[in-house]
Design a protein around this ligand. Sequence first.
Ligand SMILES: Cc1cc2nc3c(=O)[nH]c(=O)nc-3n(C[C@H](O)[C@H](O)[C@H](O)COP(=O)(O)OP(=O)(O)OC[C@H]3O[C@@H](n4cnc5c(N)ncnc54)[C@H](O)[C@@H]3O)c2cc1C
Length: 462
Amino acid sequence: MVSLQSEVVSELRSKVKGEVLLPGESGYDAARTIWNAMIDRKPAIIVRCAAVEDIVHSLALGRDHGLLVSVKGAGHNIAGNAVCDGGLMIDLSAMNSVQVDPETRRANVAPGATLANFDHEAQRYGLATPLGINSTTGVAGLTLGGGFGWLTRKYGMTVDNLISADVITADGILLRASDQENQELFWAIRGGGGNFGVVTNFEFKLHSVGPEVLSGLIVFPFDQAQDLLKKYQEYVDQIPEELSVWAVMRHAPPLPFLPPEVHGKMVVVFPFIHLGDIEEGRRAIEPLRNFAQPYGEHIGLQPFTAWQKTFDPLLAPGARNYWKSHNFVTLSDGAIEALVAYAGRLPGPQCEIFIGLISGQANRVAPEATAYAHRNIKYVLNVHCRWEQPQDDTRFISWAREFFNATASFATGGVYVNFLTQDETDRTQAAYGANYKRLVQLKQTYDPNNLFRMNQNIKPSL
Ligand SMILES: Cc1cc2nc3c(=O)[nH]c(=O)nc-3n(C[C@H](O)[C@H](O)[C@H](O)COP(=O)(O)OP(=O)(O)OC[C@H]3O[C@@H](n4cnc5c(N)ncnc54)[C@H](O)[C@@H]3O)c2cc1C
């Protein structure tokens, strides 16, 4: 652990509007605690920034003292890169304002805002942009990796809706990045993660969504999983882009619309959302409802903000988590067989296999148009391994790795950068795909000394 002289700390305290926290001080442990309880790192100093200038001063400290620097948005990243051991943590979570202009249909979003903060403000005007499926996730980290969720089929990846960003680069300069200014930087931050600087503002375009949407869950018995998934992948080829349906295999939570005897049983769940005309939506989900005899369903109009929180109880912070993820262009019979075989042996009741449907507008953008490169994929598969006790780490992690290996031959080899765990540095290039080389060149330009390396790191040379 680096020990900073007290004058250095005092000087920083005199310059910043936010809090400067040292080990042992009140607030230090709360600030270094993130979503994944597997991560327990202790920075030498944490700056809880309250203003853009605080970030500039913090970066200067990091540079001048050769500190390892980490940047925290909402602290959701599975790899835990928001927190470093023995270095400087720049905590942006208190800077969480969201300003919506309903006239221009644009939102300016501060770097600590969560999806809930965003949706809350935008939905006052019936507006939204594609974000993720868990409302406590940070807009910043999600956007910088590409970002996808329930609106992606209709409106593309999160980065496809980014109009501009303000970025403080490694030398402490604040740049506006957009299609008009610093275009290469703008390209790089749309999928290249936190490698190029600290983003202090994200400007998004917004779309009419809700405020009420037809959405819900249809829950089927797991013993029909193979047949259900085959029907699912045929069905999603035909549905309108207003409809998004994902697939989840897990033990049934105690949902009130399920008979008590189903609680805890293995199930296949199809969560869906339909944007637009309600009757069209009801017609579009009819085939899905008739895949088989369901255990139960919960379908209806509900506020978009409520739908965005549907999975929050299953993904609450504080548990131990390990993920493995693949991209798929199709779900072949072999892939489905392997998925179902492993789902039948989930190592714990909180674990699940999640199949997110991307496709639609996200596939119409050229792979080289943004740093996010995976424009041909239809499904992102993620196994969420989740448990409570450290003594179970090996069992859960081994199962996830075994599952990953068994399904790898059916996948593209690419991976969503935001789903990589801390031990997957060998997959970094696969995450940036065909755009890796250009990202390396831009890293040389914007961060030649690799100040921003607590991330899925792009090194400044090949
Ligand atoms: C339960 C759960 C559900 C998820 N669901 C989805 C989903 O549906 N769709 C999806 O696309 N992703 C999803 N994700 C992944 C999510 O996109 C990433 O975890 C993302 O990194 C979270 O952003 P954050 O700001 O909360 O993360 P943090 O952990 O705070 O930050 C992650 C990294 O982003 C970089 N970073 C953060 N803020 C800045 C900034 N202002 N400037 C520069 N770099 C910065 C840093 O390198 C940092 O290490 C989910 C994650 C979880 C845990």
